[in-house]
Design a protein around this ligand. Structure first.
Ligand code: VGL
Ligand code: ZN
Length: 198
């Protein structure tokens, strides 16, 4: 089997789309530069997974209106992704299949959570589905993608990082690059659509 075929979605794989929500897109309250560029790329991954009847998971930041991560409460972020608000909706053009498993996180006022595994049943859901390998992309590289990838590896999943479908907040200019390095050092394998067999 060629390397490329080995990387193509197969039984035991799941696609995990991290926080592709309006507030993280240009025009949103915590806009990630070029964040909307991940949408068409993720749609191609979604199509590959749907064709093969493989699970698609979408995580979402799902904060209370007075969440501890917001500046008003002494946190570092502008208010964003308040549960049920327009800003918390998935990007309009993201073609999530009907069967997408939605995982809401960071929904408690007192506690922030960047990882899709933290305080959720994501690991249990994946084990139930007999998933062993995760394809992870979305927003933002240096926060929720980083922490979801690292937790996925800690949970014992193989992780492929979709490097053509992530963008960083870059509070400091190098944050995205550092996060990528950290993820690959811990064992995530960077892949891109043009390196997967069709
Ligand atoms: C995120 C900052 C604050 C993310 C969430 O989804 O990466 N970043 N909340
Ligand atoms: Zn948040």
């Amino acid at each position: 089997m060629s390397t490329q075929a080995a990387l193509s979605p197969r039984d035991g794989d799941a696609l995990v789309i991290v926080d592709v929500q309006n507030d993280f897109l240009p025009g949103g309250s915590l806009a990630v530069a070029d964040g909307d560029a991940v949408v068409p790329v993720l749609n191609r991954y979604i199509a590959l997974f749907a064709e093969n009847r493989l699970p698609v998971i979408a995580t979402r930041d799902w904060h209370t209106p007075d969440h501890c991560s917001f500046v008003e409460q002494g946190g570092i972020w502008p208010p964003h992704c308040v549960a049920g608000s327009a800003g918390a909706r998935f990007a309009q053009d993201l073609a999530l299949p009907e069967r997408t498993i939605i995982v809401s996180k960071a929904d408690l006022r007192e506690k922030d959570a960047y990882s899709g595994f933290e305080g959720t049943d994501l690991a249990a859901r994946l084990h139930e589905l007999e998933v062993t390998r995760l394809f992870i992309g979305g927003l933002a590289t240096d926060y929720c993608v980083l922490n979801t990838v690292l937790d996925g590896l800690r949970e014992g999943f193989e992780v492929l990082l979709l490097e053509d479908a992530i963008r960083a907040v870059n509070l400091k200019p190098e944050d995205g690059a550092k996060a990528r390095a950290q993820m690959t050092e811990q064992g995530a394998l960077p892949v891109a659509l043009d390196r997967l067999a069709a």
